[in-house]
Design a protein around this ligand. Structure first.
Ligand SMILES: *[C@@H]1O[C@H](CO)[C@@H](O)[C@H](O)[C@H]1NC(C)=O
Ligand SMILES: *[C@@H]1O[C@H](CO)[C@@H](O)[C@H](O)[C@H]1NC(C)=O
Ligand SMILES: *[C@@H]1O[C@H](CO)[C@@H](O)[C@H](O)[C@H]1NC(C)=O
Ligand SMILES: *[C@@H]1O[C@H](CO)[C@@H](O)[C@H](O)[C@H]1NC(C)=O
Ligand SMILES: *[C@@H]1O[C@H](CO)[C@@H](O)[C@H](O)[C@H]1NC(C)=O
Ligand SMILES: *[C@@H]1O[C@H](CO)[C@@H](O)[C@H](O)[C@H]1NC(C)=O
Ligand SMILES: *[C@@H]1O[C@H](CO)[C@@H](O)[C@H](O)[C@H]1NC(C)=O
Ligand SMILES: *[C@@H]1O[C@H](CO)[C@@H](O)[C@H](O)[C@H]1NC(C)=O
Length: 305
């Protein structure tokens, strides 16, 4: 997907004062009509130069439409795009144009849903290797969904990304990322998603250091009431350069690590060893954070005692 050239040809096909047609892939097979209101718009569709002026038949979403020829002008009402296929008179498929409608002034959220921090796309990195993962949540009722386009750029270079198999995330690596020098330019991410023929656009801009979230720590019991936290396997080494700080919590049984209350012992520490004082049965919870960036905590790990 990252090979797809991303062009904005706003001047090529200026349809009306409040719309433009954006070409999303190089063969002009996917187009997005950018609309500012729900009026009707006329769009010119081409079946390819080799079939110019021939008696071409057209279908919209598999149903024949009365327009003949090449090119044709179709009318798009409201937010209804479509998959337009062109055919020889004998019905043979020649080409198609997936025409999406992108309502640029409408609030987003029809296709993806916001997370608790009100973002549509969340990015995290488990370490300072240049790998990161961005993910999103599809709206429950959107069953005709697809990722139309994705890119991550840093300082105009395209980063290597692959869309996850469940199309709910993308895994990227910035091969030029160096954890030992200051990260001066942000990564810019563009995501175009669709449901049926409606397009939604999302952007994020971030530094790797801002999205660091360690994986869960491993807790080992050394002897009675003495425990040791191990950095997650995916954390960067050496520890002297990439330290972790821990939050350790001792909570009553039958609660989860989110529990807060006056029977909870809670400490932040840079030490990996932790001794619990005078308790019968308890749950030991621990999580880790990068002490320099102080961004996201890992999820909790715990041991029942
Ligand atoms: C399909 O149509 C597009 C848009 O006109 C054109 O660029 C492309 O060459 C056509 N492909 C074929 C196989 O005719
Ligand atoms: C549009 O139609 C073409 C030709 O039948 C097909 O290959 C393509 O998968 C269709 N795309 C969508 C999104 O329906
Ligand atoms: C950004 O790219 C330019 C041109 O390729 C290069 O000269 C510059 O050093 C780069 N900056 C960073 C911070 O990588
Ligand atoms: C990345 O995004 C930032 C903030 O949105 C913007 O200022 C910058 O020009 C963008 N850089 C590139 C290369 O697109
Ligand atoms: C991109 O990343 C994938 C998976 O890590 C790897 O297989 C592929 O070789 C990389 N491509 C480039 C151009 O670096
Ligand atoms: C860094 O995290 C990635 C996953 O995001 C993982 O594939 C990689 O092995 C980790 N690097 C180290 C040094 O553990
Ligand atoms: C603890 O809270 C976090 C954030 O609200 C949530 O993601 C997680 O599922 C909760 N854990 C449990 C065990 O309830
Ligand atoms: C842990 O280490 C960090 C960074 O070295 C330091 O800023 C912080 O004060 C330390 N915290 C504790 C509880 O010692």
């Amino acid at each position: 997907m990252n090979k797809i050239i991303f062009l904005i040809l706003q001047s090529v096909l200026q349809l009306a004062s409040s719309t433009s047609l954006r070409v999303i892939n190089p063969n002009a097979v996917v187009l997005a009509l950018e609309v500012k209101d729900l009026s009707s718009y006329e769009v010119s569709l081409h079946c390819g130069e080799q079939h110019e002026l021939e008696d071409i038949h057209w279908e919209r979403n598999g149903e024949s439409i009365p327009k003949r020829g090449n090119p044709i002008i179709v009318t798009i009402d409201g937010l209804r795009g479509g998959n337009f296929t062109c055919h020889k008179p004998n019905g043979e498929l020649l080409n198609y144009t997936l025409l999406l409608v992108h309502p640029v002034l409408f609030p987003r959220g029809g296709i993806l849903t916001q997370s608790a921090d009100r973002e549509f796309v969340t990015c995290t990195a488990k370490n300072y290797s240049g790998h990161f993962h961005c993910f999103w949540k599809w709206h429950r009722e959107r069953s005709e969904r697809a990722v139309v386009y994705f890119s991550a750029l840093r300082n105009s270079s395209v980063l290597n990304c692959t869309v996850d198999a469940d199309i709910s995330g993308v895994t990227c690596i910035d091969m030029d990322y160096c954890p030992y020098s200051e990260e001066s330019r942000s990564i810019n991410l563009t995501l175009l998603v669709r449901n049926l023929y409606r397009l939604e656009e999302h952007h994020r801009s971030f530094l790797i250091t801002d999205i660091i979230q360690p994986d869960k720590v491993t807790i080992n019991k050394i002897k009675d009431d003495v425990f040791e936290c191990h950095p997650p396997e995916t954390w960067s080494f050496p520890c002297s350069f990439f330290p972790l700080s821990y939050e350790v919590k001792v909570i009553p049984n039958n609660h989860n690590c989110n529990f807060t209350g006056n029977r909870v012992d809670q400490h932040e520490t840079n030490e990996t060893h932790y001794t619990v004082n005078k308790r019968k049965s308890y749950i030991l919870c621990a999580r880790a954070q990068d002490p320099f960036t102080k961004r996201a905590w890992s999820d909790w790990s715990y041991l029942h005692q």
